[in-house]
Design a binder for this molecule. Structure first.
Ligand code: NDP
Length: 295
């Protein structure tokens, strides 16, 4: 029950109404019996939003587009990985101090490492945005050889310089030679579900193909990769793990991702059936088993 002791967590971003983080965290709070609630805040002015965090007693925040880097000057302290990536997706308030973390990096790496050994692997990394940056950093730390492919050459060049790796235009399909391919662009994301960032000829049997896009869960890239005999990893794997990483920080415990994945998969599969994308409506729908049966 929400009462005068309920602790407040949330996500700040813009847009934010599509976020699945409230599903992850409210579900977990319920399971562990924490008197806490997690809300979505669509923030226009970051400075205004940050000015109230301490005073209102907010315990923790997820940070999403476009604030992952913009938030850095507001923090008192930044954890090592987040500092190196220069992007924060998690904030905790400890003894009045705002501490920033990045769980995108370990979320993606854990999802990959569950399926394959990364040491010495050549990775085709599609994209040079925030997610590609976090993943690229983790891959380099693991000793992978990384090649970045991005639509905008300048962004690819900047990230490649930072990571000390090669870069190419996204259209250089003939250069895409590696053991692992990761889509960290938004190509294939709803409503452009029919698109894949690469032609199927790039995908070879035995390749590990991870798509971090999670709407839809089975992107065209993953469907084609499966047909070609690749090992596939969907976007839910990273999403669940970055969320579990946030819970670990906030509750100082270890959260297993099984139930988180279950909650997310139900919502994402129901979205596909209902062709609706409002997680709040869907959360109610999921609670209503009769409606689910009709679906
Ligand atoms: P950014 O906006 O920082 O980067 C977007 C990337 O996608 C850039 O590389 C951009 O290329 C590329 N891109 C966008 N549209 C196109 C297009 N039409 N053709 C080719 N390239 C395109 O976003 P993020 O890095 O934060 O997120 C990228 C994707 O990853 C999103 O779909 C997001 O939902 C997903 N994501 C999933 C997570 C998970 O846990 N599963 C976590 C974080 C993100 P350019 O530089 O040329 O603009």
């Amino acid at each position: 029950m929400i009462n005068a002791h309920t602790e407040l967590y949330g996500i700040i971003g813009n847009p934010v109404r599509h976020s699945l983080s409230p599903i992850i965290h409210n579900g977990a709070f319920r399971r562990i019996g924490l008197n806490a609630v997690y809300l979505a805040f669509e923030v226009k002015d970051l400075r205004e939003a940050m000015s109230g965090i301490r005073e209102l007693g907010v315990r923790g925040l997820s940070v999403t587009i476009p604030f992952k880097t913009e938030i850095l000057p507001y923090l008192d302290c930044i954890e090592d990985v987040a500092g190196k990536i220069r992007a924060v997706n998690t904030l905790t308030v400890k003894a009045g101090k705002l501490v920033g973390y990045n769980t995108d990096c370990c979320g993606a790496l854990e999802a990959l490492e569950e399926k394959t050994d990364l040491r010495g692997k050549k990775v085709i990394l599609l994209g040079a945005g925030g997610a590609a940056r976090a993943i690229g950093f983790g891959l380099k730390e693991r000793g992978c050889r990384v090649a970045i492919f991005n639509r905008s050459p300048h962004r690819a060049e900047l990230l490649a310089e930072e990571l000390g790796c090669e870069h190419h235009p996204l259209s250089s399909f003939s250069e895409m030679d590696g053991n692992i391919l990761i889509n960290a662009t938004s190509v294939g994301m709803h409503p452009r579900d029919g698109e894949s960032p690469v032609p199927k000829e790039v995908l070879r049997e035995g390749m590990v193909v991870m798509d971090i896009v999670y709407r839809p869960l089975k992107t065209r890239l993953l469907q084609e990769a499966q047909k070609q005999g690749c090992l596939t990893i969907d976007g839910l794997e990273m999403l669940a793990r970055q969320g579990a990483g946030q819970l670990d920080i906030w509750t100082e415990g270890k959260h297993e991702i099984g139930r988180i994945k279950e909650d997310l998969r139900k919502v994402l599969e129901a979205e596909t059936v209902l062709k609706r994308r409002d997680p709040i409506v869907l959360a109610h729908t999921l609670a209503d088993t009769k409606t689910m049966e009709r679906c």
